[in-house]
Design a protein around this ligand. Structure first.
Ligand SMILES: CSC[C@H]1O[C@@H](n2cnc3c(O)ncnc32)[C@H](O)[C@@H]1O
Ligand SMILES: [Zn+2]
Length: 436
């Protein structure tokens, strides 16, 4: 028997570039894990057999948000190191605490982030961390879609580097395609300033062998660019290009400090950029050249980074920041219009990850979508709902969430995770970390 869901009286976001309208009023039909119909009227054939109906009145349906860069377990360190620049934040606050993290800490920290993300409308998240089996386990149990990788910092002996590479490869092999295809794996040398060139080359080699994408932090701060030039005689883009990183499908996090030539190189190799405006502002790293990147043809998506540098995982806030700051820095009010910001948080995330069946409400796509409660004072009048999602809404307005055709959030409550238990365990983990 086909499991069919029909949403009627709904307003559905249409973000395909070049379309005249940004919403359709009417019906959406989902069968199993796919969208099979969207339109103003409902063909009779869909009403036959067993059907679950949802009344979409007062709801705005849009693709699930795609968070293309983060470290979920870092939610345990939210508020632990505020108001610092990247290098001292990492060296003085994050790394000493992370060195004490166990698998149990990563499990509960990740669960805390995943429930925040699901309740806030994120249906696919990218995660780079350690103890990745725990991250995969949370992803499998919660029903979220995930692109996961063991991040490797190479500031250690060659033996430890080898161990980290093996772990990264083993994790990628074990989990790729698991959870009914909801988990995808990648490889991730952490950054050019934490990974010696030979170590990065080994990741590139492994990515070729296993046919995996690569992801890394790059050009986040001016100091990092300067250090790269001093150490290797090249800016980070040329350095990573020389090491072959862009010979694989890849995307970088941040890309704040890029010159014109570097932007052209990223475009040439089809390297995506995960723009993390909240984290870049909080760590005082700067503002990425998003308009120039887009003009050059680079796919720009949005990420939150970890909750310790953001300090939440609200992708609505990232859309709003992206739409606002580039107007501010350019003096051009047309920079990053609302529909562009929403594309960055949805379909561009999918393109960044080379996934062609998520990110849009379109026939044939996976049923990863969310319903936002638009019957709220801050979302009236219903002039332009795409504009409202970017400039006025927040994670708190998300009412229902589906991933892979399964409802995971209903009336604002996560159906797949035990919120009270997660909050309790995460608090315990943090207290225990302080004492260890
Ligand atoms: C090796 S796992 C990931 C590693 O990345 C660190 N991290 C978190 N946020 C950032 C950032 O903005 N730039 C660089 N590195 C970051 C995190 O603390 C983990 O150690
Ligand atoms: Zn990061």
């Amino acid at each position: 028997m086909t499991q069919r869901l029909i949403i009627r009286n709904g307003l559905f976001a249409q973000l395909q570039e070049g379309l005249a309208q940004t919403t359709i009023k009417g019906y959406m039909v989902v069968e199993q894990d796919r969208i099979v119909y969207i339109g103003e009227t409902l063909p009779e054939v869909y009403e036959q057999g067993e059907v679950e109906y949802i009344d979409g009145k007062g709801l705005f349906f849009m693709p699930g948000l795609i968070n293309t860069h983060g470290h979920a377990a870092m939610s345990l360190l939210r508020g632990y190191g505020d108001d610092m620049v990247l290098q001292s934040w990492l060296q003085e606050k994050m790394w000493p605490m992370e060195a004490k993290f166990t698998g149990n800490d990563v499990y509960w920290g990740t669960a805390l982030s995943v429930i925040e993300m699901l309740k806030g409308g994120t249906t696919l998240f990218v995660d780079m961390y350690d103890h990745m089996d725990q991250v995969a386990k949370v992803s499998e149990e919660s029903g979220i879609r995930a692109a996961l990788m063991r991040g490797a910092i190479g500031l250690c002996s060659e033996d430890v580097q080898r161990m980290k590479l093996n772990e990264a490869v083993q994790f990628a092999k074990d989990w790729n395609g698991q959870a009914n295809g909801r988990i995808t794996t990648l490889l991730a040398p952490h950054a050019p300033y934490t990974c010696p060139p030979a170590f990065i080359e080994k990741f590139v080699e492994a990515a070729h062998e296993l046919d995996l994408m690569l992801h890394t932090h790059m050009s986040e701060t001016a100091a990092e660019v300067e250090q790269n030039v001093k150490e290797y005689g090249l800016r980070p883009v040329a350095h990573l290009e020389k090491l072959g990183l862009f010979s694989r499908p890849s995307f970088i996090a941040h890309g704040v400090h890029l010159n014109d030539e570097e932007i052209a190189t990223l475009a040439k190799h089809n390297v995506g950029v995960s723009h993390n405006p909240g984290s870049n502002l909080k760590l005082a790293s700067g503002v990425a050249r998003v308009v120039d990147l887009q003009r050059a043809g680079v796919v720009v998506s949005l990420g939150t980074d970890g909750a310790a540098s953001n300090n939440n995982l609200d992708m609505f806030e990232e859309m709003r920041l992206a739409a606002l700051i580039h107007k501010g820095v350019s003096g051009d009010p047309t920079a990053v219009p609302a529909a562009d910001a929403m594309r960055m948080a949805t379909v561009n995330g999918a393109r960044t990850l080379h996934m062609n069946d998520v990110g849009l409400l379109q026939v044939g796509m996976k049923a990863d979508f969310i319903a936002v409660d638009i019957d709220q004072p801050h979302l009236y009048p219903h002039t332009d709902l795409v504009s409202h999602m970017v400039y006025s809404a927040s994670a708190k307005d998300v009412q229902h969430v589906w991933v892979d055709g399964n409802q995971v959030v209903k009336n604002g409550e996560c159906l797949t995770m035990d919120e009270e238990r997660i909050k309790h365990e995460a608090e315990q983990c943090f207290r225990n970390l302080l004492e260890r």
